[in-house]
Design a protein around this ligand. Structure first.
Ligand code: FES
Ligand code: FES
Length: 174
């Protein structure tokens, strides 16, 4: 059986340099979860439909289940572990908690990563804009109402404090 082509890649993950030899067919989500143990990135559908695997690559929210790890070579990757800490959550994370915007929590990391991109590009979104932006992130628990409420609350909070909407308060170690 022919061997699967592989490549050594270099990237930054949550501010830490990473070098990894990966099969060219390995999804970025697999590198993050199985190699780097960053299991906050969830895999729901594996086909770019649910948004649970959303991470940022060079500041852009992407589906890591259908992006090959080799495509992130040379990039800066940010996962949910690079957004806030347990002691100092990001305003979005605090708002999700305060407004009961999660139940099982499976969709939450992807929701937060997508919402971060939204608040960076549209700092004061309307409810309709939030719903539109998050429509690719599926949640089977909440009915979405409190998620929209939380994102709007975080927008108000970051606008009120002047804190950038995508500012992380800390990086988890790999
Ligand atoms: Fe990637 Fe669903 S697991 S979009
Ligand atoms: Fe359970 Fe969203 S909180 S899938």
């Amino acid at each position: 059986m022919p061997s699967v082509p592989s490549k050594t890649i270099h990237l930054s993950v949550n501010g830490r340099p990473v070098e990894a030899e990966v099969e060219c067919r390995m999804p970025l989500a697999e590198l993050l979860r199985d190699r780097l143990r960053l299991t906050g990135t969830h895999i729901g559908c594996d086909t770019s439909q649910c948004g649970a695997c959303t991470v940022h690559v060079d500041g852009v929210a992407v589906r890591s289940c259908t992006l090959f790890a080799v495509q992130a070579d040379g990039s800066e990757v940010r996962t949910i572990e690079g957004v806030g800490t347990a002691g100092e959550p990001h305003p979005l994370q605090a708002a999700f908690q305060e407004h009961h915007a999660l139940q099982c929590g499976f969709c939450t990391p992807g929701m937060i990563m997508t919402a971060l991109e939204l608040l960076r590009t549209v700092p004061s979104p309307t409810p309709e804009t939030v719903r539109h932006y998050l429509e690719g992130n599926l949640c089977r628990c909440t009915g979405y109402y409190n998620i929209v409420k939380a994102v709007l609350a975080a927008a108000a909070e970051t606008q009120g404090t002047g804190r950038p909407a995508d500012e992380g308060s800390g990086h988890a170690s790999l």
